[in-house]
Write a protein that binds this ligand. Structure first.
Ligand SMILES: Cc1cc2nc3c(=O)[nH]c(=O)nc-3n(C[C@H](O)[C@H](O)[C@H](O)COP(=O)(O)OP(=O)(O)OC[C@H]3O[C@@H](n4cnc5c(N)ncnc54)[C@H](O)[C@@H]3O)c2cc1C
Ligand code: SF4
Length: 441
């Protein structure tokens, strides 16, 4: 019955970095391919082959500098990137034995840098323009770094008390240590970006009127969906993203010994692993999708499985069972899809005779997140996702650009960062096209 083990009782970061000699051995397995597939797999444009080569020959600082030219999230991406579906996916070495552990090598490089605190390159100076960035998540930081490198002034407005977005206020500490993340991301301040924490930004149109030459919107997704079951208001029912944000702020709720998590994405996986670490003896994960259909990264699903969490795939929630105001159970039923190709709840049909019940002290809902804020003049689709020109990331409001989850509807940290970089290119082109018209703030 119990699926907790001693290994899963700590919320501290797990995994360890290579020692320098181990990193050199791993880097030496790289085939140094011509036209390497690892390079094309990185959305942020990291030259993977070259950084591995630098580690191989002991130039660890050089490796860090090279990665950082493309992506300041060196050790962060080494920890959280789903590299098995990015740079490592087509690694040629797989044909011989196993792919190069690019994630591990990048984590090693990030740790070396933080330990050594190497001096920074001076950003170019001399431009008068200042750009407002709304949100200090990976997208906003990607835009900020690229703009600072061109000498453009940047003010980042962040409504939370810390930079990093989901990296520091969502991903639980056992996967990414927040202190490490904040320190690595502080590079953006060392490059001269102003960061205003606990500042909810005004409307982009107001910021433009207030003297900013352009605005980048990188607000991510901030509105978790709920299922709408009776009993959701009970104290034992949690929204996963709130629970995970609380954990990053050292809130440690007592979830009881039996926990049910509803959802098949990364947030559900993190919530299930967090529940074990908060003391649950058994965690059941129930989701609409089959194992193959689950949207979570494969590596996360495998990690959750290895921790003994029980999966109830192709099921939907029916009822929260309560005794007074205390949650005591969960009821679900097996489903099949009415039409192939759509994984929406409205496409699910109950399969008679597959009803089931689980004991539960707490239930955690992790069924997706939508856009929280909409801005005047910035066109969105029906779900509130911002519509942009895919080449420049320009929105429908002139001078306003957007990127990251608020545009993709939810993807990865590295993709958000890459979109921030792309938007910075769009912003520079926009400012250049305005010539001397573009005033400074
Ligand atoms: C629990 C969880 C686990 C995840 N795990 C992974 C993983 O392992 N690997 C991975 O690659 N991706 C993962 N993701 C996805 C990844 O974190 C996101 O794709 C990425 O953070 C998106 O970056 P962003 O900058 O677009 O948005 P966010 O990271 O959401 O940042 C947006 C920022 O904008 C701020 N903001 C919002 N509105 C305003 C406003 N009006 N004024 C000022 N500031 C504002 C927010 O406070 C926030 O800091 C995970 C997501 C979640 C929720
Ligand atoms: S594809 Fe693999 S083996 Fe080839 S250069 Fe990249 S990491 Fe090395």
């Amino acid at each position: 019955m119990a699926n907790a083990s001693a290994a899963h009782t700590s919320l501290e970061e797990t995994g360890r970095s290579y020692a320098p000699h181990e990193a050199v051995i791993e880097a030496s397995r790289c085939l140094m391919c011509d036209d390497p597939p690892c390079n094309t797999g990185c959305p942020a444009g990291v030259d993977v082959r070259r950084f591995i080569r630098k580690i191989r020959f002991g130039n660890h600082r050089g490796a860090v500098r090279l990665i950082r030219e493309a992506n300041i999230m060196v050790g962060i991406c080494g920890r959280v990137c789903p590299q098995e579906m990015l740079c490592m996916e087509h690694c040629t070495r797989t044909n011989l034995d196993t792919p190069i552990d690019i994630a591990g090598l990048q984590r090693f490089a990030g740790d070396i840098e933080l330990a050594s605190l190497a001096p920074l390159p001076d950003p170019a100076g001399g431009r008068r323009e200042r750009v407002a960035i709304i949100g200090a998540g990976p997208a906003g930081l990607g835009a900020a770094v690229e703009l600072r490198k061109r000498g453009i002034g940047v003010t980042i407005f962040e409504k939370s008390d810390v930079m990093g977005g989901v990296l520091t206020r969502g991903i639980p500490p056992f996967r990414l240590d927040q202190t490490f993340a904040v320190e690595e991301l502080s590079y953006v301040q060392r490059l001269g970006a102003e960061v205003e924490l606990e500042q909810t930004a005004s409307e982009p149109a107001e910021l433009l009127k207030g003297g900013f030459s352009a605005v980048f919107v990188g607000i991510g997704l901030g509105r978790p969906y709920t299922i709408g079951l009776d009993g959701e208001e009970l104290p034992g029912v949690y929204v996963a993203s709130d629970l995970l944000t609380g954990i990053t702020k050292k809130v440690r709720p007592d979830l009881g010994s039996r926990v049910v998590v509803i959802g098949g994405g990364n947030v559900a996986m993190d919530a299930a692993m967090a529940a074990l670490r908060l003391g649950a003896e058994r965690v059941d994960l129930c989701c609409l999708e089959s194992y193959e259909e689950m949207p979570a990264f494969r590596s996360e699903i495998e990690e959750v499985q290895s921790e003994g969490i029980a999966f109830h795939t192709r099921t939907r929630p029916v009822r929260i069972v309560a005794d007074g105001d205390k949650v005591v159970g969960y009821e679900g039923v097996g489903i099949r899809w009415r039409e192939a190709g759509s994984l929406a709840p409205s496409n699910a049909i109950d399969v008679p005779g597959t009803e089931f019940g689980l004991a539960a002290d707490s239930i955690i809902e992790a069924i997706g997140t939508g856009v929280l804020d909409r801005f005047e003049g910035v066109e969105t689709d029906g779900r509130g996702v911002v519509i942009t020109d895919p080449e420049t990331m320009a929105t429908s409001l002139p001078g306003v650009f957007a990127g990251g989850d608020v545009v993709s509807g939810g993807a990865t940290a590295v993709r958000a960062y890459a979109e921030g970089k792309k938007a910075a290119e769009g912003i520079v082109a926009f400012l250049d096209s305005r010539g001397t018209e573009g005033g400074g703030r």
